[in-house]
Design a protein around this ligand. Sequence first.
Ligand SMILES: [Zn+2]
Length: 361
Amino acid sequence: MTSESHDSTGMLKMHRNEHDRGAPTRRHFLAYCAQWLGALATLPLANPSRAQAQRTPKPLIVASHPLVADWVRNLIGTHAVVHAIAQPQQDLHSINLHPAHLPLLRQAVAIVAMGLGTDAAFVRDCARLVPDTPRLALGDLLAPEQRLPRPTAVAPDHDHAEEPDHTPDPDHDAALEHHRHDAHSAPYDPHFWLDPERVAEALAQALPNLIVLIPSAQPSITAHAHPYLEALRALAAEGRARLTDLPATHRKAFVMHDAYRYLNAAFGIELIGIDTIVPHGEITPQRLLTLKARAAREGIRVLFTEAHRTSRVAQSFAERLGLTVAGPLYPETFAPPPGPATYLDLMRHNLTTIATALRAQ
Ligand SMILES: [Zn+2]
């Protein structure tokens, strides 16, 4: 897929890239869902009051990923049930819906996604399956000046050079939306969650929307949200304290996934994604030379492994380039115990790991 197009619902279809894998299987899935819904409609719903009674007594919020669910729970306390569709160790960029999720989606008072194109497939599927359920895309709540552009020097298989030039939408309050914001997500780097300050900002913007959706949750949100936003800002300050006094010669490293632009901007370091130079880890002598030259020129001595990517590829790069391996980092998944299981723990782990390795090199 190399060009944008609008489907019958007016939703913008995005380019197929690393953040949009599996579009053909989604088509099959949607066809499957249509059949499945048809079959459901023919079932006798013998006792509606019993069905009502079986519903959860608390409002249900569906989140795309456990990272998003963790934030929502911290904002709203126990006033709502928050259910994540993805598994804790699942990649944020490849969240697909299954027919078994439909009853859950139909009970939800709101659907919360990461936004900025991160979980675009999930958002689009929700728009088609439960079009009337309000969707809140957190990253889309960030003001345009808080978003970073997508990298321009990207690998050929996710080159966005042919994209039309979108003007950022100044009406970002409208991210509690139906069918509109996907179109404005494409030009931005989606990985805003690697800056806790930007997360705090997006969540602060989300609060009025949550209160509109669940008015009864207002006292709970008032009690819980402020301390959590403060904890996010304190974590950012803690990270800056660890990283800002590093010498200029100890501020750069390689990572496999080009996901760290927001983290770099927030903490004054430079983690450089190898996948912008070597897509899918396909090493050619020319690409290796490019990386080697850059490492020598910029004094790069460390390569961080990432939990959601195989460390074998990273190890192989490190050996060939003569770099020290550090990590793993958790840029977009939780970890099995005893790994981080909350966003605060995950970012604390990442910042501590980065600071320790950069200082020790
Ligand atoms: Zn990513």
